[in-house]
Design a protein around this ligand. Structure first.
Ligand code: KMH
Ligand code: ZN
Length: 279
C-alpha cells in the first residue's frame, strides 16, 4: 500500500511569536517540536529560523547549529527554506545551501505574497537549482501558481534533473496573490503535474489558513502527499488556535490512515526523495 509523506513546516517567516506564543522559534523549541512531529508521523521538516528576538534570519551560524541539532535529536529529513522572508536578499538565500541540509526549497516563480512580493527571478532559480545539484541537496520545488509548473518543466529541460534524479514538488495554495486553496485547484495542479513533469514526479500540498483541510483531503484523493504546520496555519478550527505543530501532524497522519495510505517512515522518505544517505 503506498504511504504518505508528511512534511512539517513548524515556523515560517511570517507569524509573529508575540501573537502566537506556541510558535517554535528557539533551537530548543524547534528540536522539541521536531521530535514530537516525528513521533506523530512527519518525515521531513521544512525549516525557517529566527534570531534571538524571534525575527526571521538567514544567519549562517544559526542555520548550521539548527541543522546539527535536528540531526542529533531526530531522523527527520532536514529541508532548509531558501525562500526566507520576502525581504531577504538573493545572496543570503543562496548561501543557505552552505549549511549542508538534506533538502532545500526552490520556488518556481515570482508571486505576490500578501502585501509583499516573493521575488524569484529566472536566473536566481537556475542558480539555486545548479548549486543544489553541485552540493548534493535535494530540491523541493514550491509551486504557488499554475504557471510555476511549465516553468519547472523548462528548468528541467534546459538544466537537467535535480540531485538524486527524483522530482518532488509542493503546492502552496491559498497565499493571497497565488492560486486558491480549494479542491478544484489541487485537481488542476495534479493534472498539470502529469502533463508537464516527468513520470514518477511526486507532489505534496499545503493550504494556507482555513484552506488547510480542503487542500489536505484533495491531495490525498489525488494520491498526493501532505505538508502541514504553523508556517501555514495557526488555527486548528474556527476560533481554536493551534496549540503546537504536533497536533497538526497528528491530524494529517489520521487523515492519511483513513485514506489507507499511512504516514511514511523517515527511511522510506529518504529512499523516495533520493536524499544523500538513502542507503
Ligand atoms: N516565507 C515566504 C516568503 C520557502 O520557504 O521556500 C517564502 C516561503 C517559501 O516560505
Ligand atoms: Zn517556507
Amino acid at each position: 500500500m503506498p504511504s504518505t509523506l508528511i512534511t512539517v513546516a513548524p515556523t515560517g517567516a511570517e507569524v509573529d511569536k508575540r501573537e502566537v506564543p506556541a510558535l517554535p522559534v528557539t533551537i530548543d523549541e524547534l528540536v522539541s517540536t521536531a521530535a514530537e512531529c516525528e513521533r506523530a508521523g512527519a518525515s521531513v521538516i521544512h525549516v525557517h529560523i529566527r534570531d534571538a528576538e524571534a525575527r526571521p534570519t538567514l544567519d549562517q551560524g544559526r542555520l548550521r547549529e539548527t541543522v546539527a541539532a535536528l540531526r542529533d535529536s531526530t531522523d527527520l529529513i532536514v529541508q532548509l527554506s531558501t525562500g526566507g522572508a520576502v525581504t531577504d536578499p538573493e545572496a543570503e538565500r543562496l548561501a543557505v545551501l552552505d549549511a549542508g541540509p538534506d533538502m532545500a526549497s526552490c520556488t518556481m516563480g515570482t508571486v505576490n505574497f500578501g502585501d509583499g512580493v516573493f521575488m524569484n527571478r529566472w536566473e536566481f532559480i537556475v542558480e539555486l537549482h545548479r548549486r543544489m545539484r553541485d552540493n548534493g541537496v535535494v530540491p523541493e520545488y514550491e509551486l504557488f501558481d499554475l504557471g510555476h509548473l511549465p516553468a519547472l518543466e523548462r528548468l528541467l529541460d534546459k538544466h537537467g534533473p535535480p540531485f538524486g534524479g527524483h522530482v518532488h514538488v509542493d503546492f502552496v495554495l491559498g497565499v493571497p496573490g497565488g492560486a486558491a486553496g480549494d479542491a478544484s485547484t489541487v485537481t488542476a495542479f495534479a493534472e498539470a503535474v502529469r502533463r508537464h513533469l516527468p513520470e514518477g514526479t511526486t507532489f505534496s500540498a499545503t493550504g494556507i489558513g482555513r484552506t488547510t483541510l480542503p487542500v489536505m483531503f484533495a491531495s490525498l484523493a489525488h494520491g498526493g502527499h501532505l505538508r502541514v504546520g504553523m508556517e501555514d496555519t495557526v488555527s486548528f478550527a474556527r476560533r481554536r488556535p493551534v496549540t503546537g505543530n504536533g497536533e497538526l501532524v497528528r491530524r494529517a497522519a489520521e487523515a492519511a490512515e483513513l485514506a489507507q495510505r499511512p504516514a511514511m517512515s523517515t527511511i522510506e522518505a529518504r529512499k523516495l526523495l533520493g536524499v544523500r544517505d538513502a542507503d
